[in-house]
Design a protein around this ligand. Structure first.
Ligand SMILES: [Zn+2]
Length: 265
């Protein structure tokens, strides 16, 4: 956990160093209610062990540079501030080959809206704790953050999650405790499960062939929530999963370890 050592060292000097796609765990012993950085405000929640904790995402596309992280009182008054240095994560580009029918898929009615609504909800109870688990055992076929080209053309999007190799029908497991908020079959996302882990952390699992839970189910880390597949905009069976901190996709590799697959020839 080299980044953690770096982060702790940096905080000791009154500075935080983060990379694009990271989550800054904002911890404070004081009464601050929110943290703000570059116009984004996140809530700080009282923790059972004392103090407060909030998750400040550094979006994958945030320009590298120096930013101010402020702690705010409940009336919005700035209590303290420190410097955050955002480093370039050097995400690569990756071409994805899609058949014409797949490339032309349109979202199901309400697909984007229900996903956005799920991602916008921040709930009070913290269910998650570290370390998170891996949803499947397979190696990583595509990391978070790569700039995506579809059939050689830039899409303007980056990969908002992590892909793992998984044949159709492998059990997919919750990465942490939480409440299942989304169990839907969508045109683009395919078979989708979304879990709210509480206090701003959420996970999504896409392209599933089958579901093992219903919306509203309380799950624990490692519980089977569905089965891998290749539904939606997918060119081969795999599991795409993503982590969100206060609605922003963040790099799962800051939270879990997974081996990259050996390059195919
Ligand atoms: Zn993916």
């Amino acid at each position: 956990m080299r980044w953690l050592a770096l982060l702790v060292a940096a905080i000791a000097w009154g500075q935080t160093v983060a990379r694009q796609g990271d989550v800054i765990r904002v911890r404070t012993p004081g009464p601050a209610a929110e943290a703000r950085m570059d116009g984004r405000t996140v809530r700080l929640f009282v923790q059972p062990e004392g103090g407060r904790l909030g998750l400040m995402p550094v979006p994958a596309e945030k320009a590298p540079g120096r930013y101010n992280l402020e702690l705010l009182a409940s009336d919005g008054k700035v209590l303290s501030s420190q410097t955050v240095i955002v480093r370039d994560a050097r995400f690569r580009s990756q071409n994805v080959v899609l058949g014409q029918a797949t490339a032309e898929l349109k979202p199901s009615p309400g697909e984007m809206e229900t996903v956005d609504k799920f991602l916008a909800a921040v709930t009070e109870t913290r269910h998650w704790r570290e370390p998170l688990g891996l949803p499947v055992a397979g190696c990583m076929t595509s990391p978070f953050g790569v700039k995506r080209l579809a059939n050689g053309r830039p899409t303007g999007h980056y990969h908002g999650g992590l892909d793992q190799r998984a044949p159709v029908g492998k059990p997919v497991r919750a990465v942490a405790d939480g409440v299942v908020r989304l169990v839907r079959s969508y045109n683009i996302h395919g078979g989708t499960v979304g879990i709210d882990h509480g206090q701003g952390l959420e996970s999504m699992y896409l392209h599933l062939s089958r579901f093992a839970v219903a919306e509203g189910a309380v799950v624990h880390k490692g519980d089977v929530i569905g089965y891998s597949g290749s539904t939606g905009r997918s060119n081969a069976p795999h599991l795409h999963w993503s982590l969100y901190a206060n609605g922003v996709p963040v790099n799962p590799l800051q939270w879990v370890r997974v081996k990259p697959c050996a390059a195919r020839r």
